[in-house]
Design a protein around this ligand. Structure first.
Ligand code: HEC
Length: 155
């Protein structure tokens, strides 16, 4: 009986140590991995250089002027449209989380890889479901947009 009790105790401490030691260090490892990932770091740096001024570092935006990126329902709709906003800019009236904005968003300057890194950073960090994009997809969307504009001119 005493032995059973001892085994039971060992069993419980075993389970507890999984929760207290292994799981936290695993999540820490993921965090560390993320922070040392060169694409993540580039996304972080580019975002803070090129977007945070208007959309704020935490993606909360500025009331009535700059829409939020944090928990933005606009980001959940169509990832291609969002990529187009970054590549070509936007001058429209849009609704984000029930509020309308009529501003100007300039095209983002940078390589296709920079834009992909910013896109992925934004989707990873701001509570939006983790969509991702590659630099090749950015380059395809850019090319198609250019062709569409060219065709429009010759209409
Ligand atoms: C000078 C201010 C400014 C900067 C800098 C800027 N934006 Fe914007 N952004 C806006 C405005 C204004 C709109 C709304 C445009 C409209 O009303 O047509 C917008 C709209 C958006 C949208 C769609 C709406 C939403 O909130 O979900 C996304 C996505 C976005 N910006 C991402 C970015 C990213 C990423 C960067 C940096 C690479 C960036 N913006 C830099 C002003 C800015």
């Amino acid at each position: 009986m005493k032995r059973n009790y001892l085994f039971f105790l060992l069993f419980i401490t075993g389970i507890l140590s999984v929760f207290t030691i292994i799981i936290p260090s695993y999540t820490e490892l993921i965090q560390l991995n993320k922070k040392s990932d060169i694409r993540y770091l580039n996304g972080y740096n580019q975002y803070n250089k090129k977007c945070a001024f208007c959309h704020q570092q935490d993606g909360s935006g500025i009331k009535d002027y700059f829409p939020p990126l944090y928990n933005s329902d606009y980001l959940l709709k169509d990832k291609k449209v969002v990529a187009e906003v970054l590549i070509f800019g936007l001058m429209d009236t849009i609704t984000v989380n029930g509020k309308t904005y009529s501003g100007i968003m300039h095209p983002v300057l940078g390589t296709d890889q920079d834009i992909a890194d910013i896109f992925n950073y934004m989707y990873q960090e701001f509570g939006n479901n983790a969509q991702s994009i590659t630099s090749l997809e950015i380059s395809t969307i850019r090319q198609k947009g250019k062709e569409a504009k060219r065709l429009e001119i010759y209409k």
